[in-house]
Write a protein that binds this ligand. Structure first.
Ligand code: SF4
Length: 238
């Protein structure tokens, strides 16, 4: 069974806060929470960015699209800025949050789950995320990847979901000898496509986990890493 067809975990952790994670996992009643969290995921630690919808719900006591669509950009700025900033770049992100809400309201009739309803192609899902202000290929692919891999949303194909080439993925691909250590984003993306054309983005999570758990920038723990027997960097160190 392909990993993305495996049963869905009860709840996918994003933040370390169970209530916040429950909101982000609630694709039935609050699919916009997931989309808006993805939009916030830039230039700060992911855990902090993904907390933004939850903090706003706490402040508003309501995270329905009806309530959100009634907020002005200034309202959102104030909610994000006071008393403590919810993001490193509150002004810019308040604008993206506001325009994200407006897009979901006008384009999808306030139901963000229509972005991925009815088995769309993976390219269409990535494209729909790219249509939001502030979302580039890295976030759009990450969002589609999470929908497919964790939330088990069915697409008609998965081949347009690329890896999100972050620093961990670059280091692990480089040490495994898959790409040069200083590979460009394009090199990483195309290497992943060549390795797993059916769903290139599937290589994202294991690479990221290896990078975070064992293949750290300085103190590598090759003995614990399950790639040790195949890894040219580990072999060179033995
Ligand atoms: S075996 Fe060592 S160098 Fe290779 S991927 Fe694992 S931790 Fe990194």
């Amino acid at each position: 069974m392909a990993i993305y067809h495996a049963p869905r975990e009860e709840i996918t952790p994003f933040t370390g806060n169970k209530d916040a994670d429950r909101l982000l996992n609630d694709l039935s009643d609050h699919p916009h929470a997931f989309v808006l969290a993805c939009i916030m995921d830039r230039q700060v630690k992911a855990e902090r960015a993904w907390m933004v919808p939850f903090h706003l719900r706490e402040k508003l006591q309501d995270f329905s699209m009806t309530r959100l669509a009634a907020l002005s950009r200034d309202d959102i700025f104030r909610l994000m800025a006071e008393p403590a900033p919810l993001h490193r770049f509150v002004d810019k992100m308040a604008g993206f949050f506001f325009s994200g809400i407006q897009r979901i309201a006008t384009q999808y009739g306030s139901n963000a789950s229509l972005m991925w309803a009815d088995r769309p192609s993976s390219a269409m899902v990535v494209y729909r995320f790219l249509e939001f202000d502030g979302v580039g290929p890295k976030i759009a692919n990450m969002a589609a990847n999470i929908l497919a891999r964790h939330f088990k949303v069915e697409f008609s194909d998965y081949y347009s979901i690329d890896i999100s080439a972050d620093i961990q993925v670059r280091r692990v691909f480089g040490r495994l000898g898959l790409t040069p250590l200083d590979a460009s984003v394009e090199q990483l993306v195309y290497r992943a496509r060549s390795l797993h054309p059916e769903f290139p983005g599937l290589l994202d999570l294991p690479s990221w986990e290896i990078g975070r758990k064992w293949c750290r920038p300085r103190a590598k723990e090759c003995r614990a890493c399950y790639m040790q027997r195949l890894c040219p960097t580990a072999a060179g160190e033995a």
